[in-house]
Design a protein around this ligand. Structure first.
Ligand SMILES: C[C@@H]1N[C@@H](C(=O)NCc2ccccc2)[C@H](O)[C@@H]1O
Length: 449
């Protein structure tokens, strides 16, 4: 262990109510919306083959031509209540919305720059009505904020000269002002999702970022900030120079999912995922593999089974409507969640040995462990190996409670659950009600001694 001033300030998970609420979410929605939604990955009739929200960096695009998109931002069909209704129907518990992406355009009328909705034809605040609409649906809001800001002339990728340092100090004050402004304007926001923090300029600001994080937490007790916000004084990000996670949860799982429980090091974490391979902002042409509802449901179950939240991204169109493919997926996921949501909400790592047929999810605070089944073996036999001293008292189908199962003990703590119907068309859930040996009253299926 080396002594660190600006590394992790807490070891292990947060144990307060605000973080417990975040930990219980399971399923979230990401929304990427801004000027980049207008070109939608195309410029002068050419298709940009990068992520649509990065089109400003394309050699075909002049930055000032891109910045002039502000004069075309006028989402006349924007209706936050309809977005929130889609999210509610999908079963999300929280939404992460871009307040400012890397291009620097602010979806709220910030008083620290003119590059905001206030100076667009739309004129009105977007973030406020979104927060209100989602909160009305019982959905919490996390504000996405990019530190990197391509529009601000004081932004630097690195600090090489005294002039860089003078400019970047102005940029740091601008950033602090905007963050305090966001927290003040939107007091119900539960957290901040930081991005654009990998360049040397920001990585060198360990002391400034650390004190800003402390200041934000003081302004908003319970505020949730992930590991992507700041680096320690040796430039280490996410995990400090002693290997301890900075921030309240690990924010490294962007378009990827941990394979096994050891990969998450006992931390809280979220996985943020795109429907196409790599498009966050609206892209007119989706190329490559578009994930299906069943693929996304398996990612959701896998994340929750490994103690994480799964946050699926939507890229609304410039007119403020959601593209059909996203609406269709939201409904398919929602239809599944309507039946199976108790397996996802308040879900945590169950400690059962991983099996090929799918995922175990333990319900926090109860004796229920859910088997979320995607791959029924041709044998129709689902293997279950319980943690030490755990017995199965009951087993039944979450979608049809009269459908019960009597696990066949085939070895120490190992059972087979015999499926009656072989070819389910959708992922389904079997509920295990468990007890502890020595405490169970002989109702477990363990063989009498
Ligand atoms: C959530 C996504 N993050 C932005 C991005 O630039 N990701 C690229 C990236 C991903 C991981 C480490 C560094 C950089 C994308 O534009 C999305 O906003």
């Amino acid at each position: 262990e080396i002594s660190l001033q600006h590394g992790a300030h807490r070891l292990g998970r947060r144990n307060d109510a605000d973080m417990a609420r975040w930990r219980a979410y399971g399923l979230g929605q990401f929304i990427h919306w801004g000027l980049y939604s207008i070109p939608g990955g195309e410029w002068n009739g050419k298709i940009y083959n990068g992520a649509a929200e990065w089109i400003r960096t394309w050699k075909e695009v002049s930055p000032q031509a891109y910045d002039s998109l502000i004069y075309r931002f006028n989402p006349i069909k924007f209706n936050p209540d309809s977005w929130a209704a889609v999210a509610g129907r999908m079963g999300v518990k929280y939404v992460t919305i871009t307040t400012k992406h890397h291009d620097g355009f602010c979806l709220w009328p910030s008083k620290y720059t003119n590059f905001t909705v206030a100076h667009s034809p739309y004129k009105k605040d977007i973030i406020g009505p979104l927060v209100k609409a989602y909160n009305k649906q019982g959905i919490d809001v996390i504000l996405y904020f990019s530190i990197m800001d391509w529009h601000n002339p004081d932004w630097r990728y690195d600090i090489k000269t005294r002039d860089d340092s003078i400019a970047f100090n102005r940029f740091k004050q601008f950033t602090r002002n905007q963050l305090l402004e966001l927290l003040t304007r939107y007091p119900t926001a539960k957290g901040l999702w930081f991005d654009g923090t990998w360049d040397n300029s920001w990585v060198k600001q360990a002391a400034f970022a650390d004190s800003l994080e402390t200041e934000m937490r003081k302004l908003r007790p319970g505020l949730i900030i992930g590991s992507r916000f700041r680096a320690d004084e040796y430039g280490k990000r996410h995990f400090d120079s002693n290997g301890n996670l900075m921030g309240d949860y690990e924010q490294g799982w962007e378009r990827k999912i941990p394979e096994k429980i050891e990969d998450v090091h006992g931390n809280d974490w979220d996985c943020v995922m795109t429907i196409p391979e790599n498009q966050w902002g609206y892209a007119k042409t989706w190329s490559g593999h578009i994930k299906t509802a069943d693929e996304l449901l398996e990612m959701l179950a896998k994340c929750v089974s490994l103690d994480g939240n799964f946050v699926l991204n939507f890229g609304p169109k410039p007119d403020g409507t959601l593209r059909t493919e996203e609406q269709t997926l939201a409904k398919a996921i929602g239809d599944w969640m309507t039946v199976n949501k108790e397996a996802i909400y308040n879900g945590e790592y169950a400690g059962f040995a991983k099996q090929d047929w799918g995922y175990f999810i333990k319900n926090t605070g109860t004796n229920k462990t859910y088997m979320v089944i995607f791959n029924v073996p041709v044998s129709g036999l689902l293997r279950v190996t319980t943690p030490l001293h755990t017995v199965i008292n009951k087993a039944y189908d979450l979608g049809n409670l009269t459908q019960t199962y009597t696990p066949e003990e085939i070895g120490t703590s190992t059972y087979f659950i015999h499926l009656h119907q072989q070819t389910p068309k959708k992922p389904f859930v079997i509920v295990l009600e468990t007890g502890e040996t020595g405490k169970s009253h002989g109702t477990g299926y363990e063989k009498a001694k």
